[in-house]
Design a protein around this ligand. Structure first.
Ligand code: SAH
Length: 255
């Protein structure tokens, strides 16, 4: 039997939701794939770029299935590439921003498999933008920090230090722990009336935006029933949140 020539793994960012926010390169490599391993935040419309006959393996946890263990995904990537296939690993947003891309490339390196990353538009930029919020601004936001509100080992993020940094805070996966995040930021000296925004399902037709303040953030999320996926933006720039028909719940108390 001939030894198969090892294939390649493309780690492709599928962007925040709107399928038009894919890069041209993503569209090209998706079209070249023999098999696609797909996370569940990837819009199914993206899969229309696959060629007929390409296999699709869903490895996400939404839609009723339990999340596929990361180690299994890594083994599958290696096995498919070793079988000589062109593999596309499709991830929401950007593969290297809270996407476990680094874990997967390490596994591929260990197995001697070639890989390449196709950057995607990360939700931390696209979601604020979709609500009209620039994450940096010459007057109001001299820099931006991308932070996870949910650490794997439960290790605490130093919210007090971040509060003192003066950076715009863009928080992924922040809904569940919002209350303790806000408490940490207040302890670090952030003003109660500092502008804050929440963008759920950004760039999709069901997008919802809340414009509020730091102290009202948790109550507003609860009141409006906002769940994942959502991005929190905390900082002066969040005051730019746009009032767009149907998409914005603008808190009356924000003046
Ligand atoms: N790699 C992805 C992030 C994956 S972590 C990226 O670069 O965007 C998953 C988190 O991303 C979600 O919990 C949410 O905080 C955020 N997210 C992803 N898509 C989103 C969307 N359309 N709207 C709002 N937040 C989103």
């Amino acid at each position: 039997m001939k030894t198969p020539v090892a294939g390649i793994v493309w780690l492709v960012g599928a962007g925040p939701g709107d399928p038009e926010l894919l890069t041209l390169k993503a569209v090209r490599v998706i079209g070249e794939a023999d098999v696609a391993l797909v996370d569940d935040l990837v819009n199914p419309a993206v899969l229309t770029h696959l060629r007929p006959g390409a296999r699709v393996i869903h490895v996400g946890k939404r839609g009723g299935c339990k999340s596929t263990p990361q180690a299994f995904i890594e083994k599958l990537l290696v096995a498919e590439a070793q079988a000589g296939h062109t593999v596309v690993r499709l991830k929401g947003g950007d593969p290297f921003v809270f996407g476990r891309g680094g874990e997967e490339t390490a596994a591929l390196d260990a197995a001697g498999i070639c890989w390449e990353v196709v950057s995607g538009i990360t939700a931390g930029i696209a979601a604020p933008a979709a609500a009209g919020i620039p994450v940096t601004h010459r007057e109001a936001g001299r820099g931006v920090a991308f932070i996870t509100g949910h650490t794997r080992d439960g290790a605490a993020v130093d919210w007090e230090a971040l509060a003192r940094s003066g950076l715009t805070l863009v928080i992924y996966m922040g809904i569940t722990h919002c209350e303790s995040i806000v408490a940490g930021l207040r302890e670090g000296g952030m003003r109660a009336d500092l502008p804050a925004a929440v963008i759920q399902h950004a760039t999709l037709p069901q997008q919802r935006v809340i414009a509020t303040t730091l102290s009202r953030l948790t109550a507003d999320i609860k009141h409006h029933g906002i769940g994942s996926p959502a991005i929190l933006v905390i900082g002066e720039v969040a005051s730019a949140a746009q009032l767009t028909a149907q998409t914005l719940i603008h808190h009356a108390a924000v003046a």
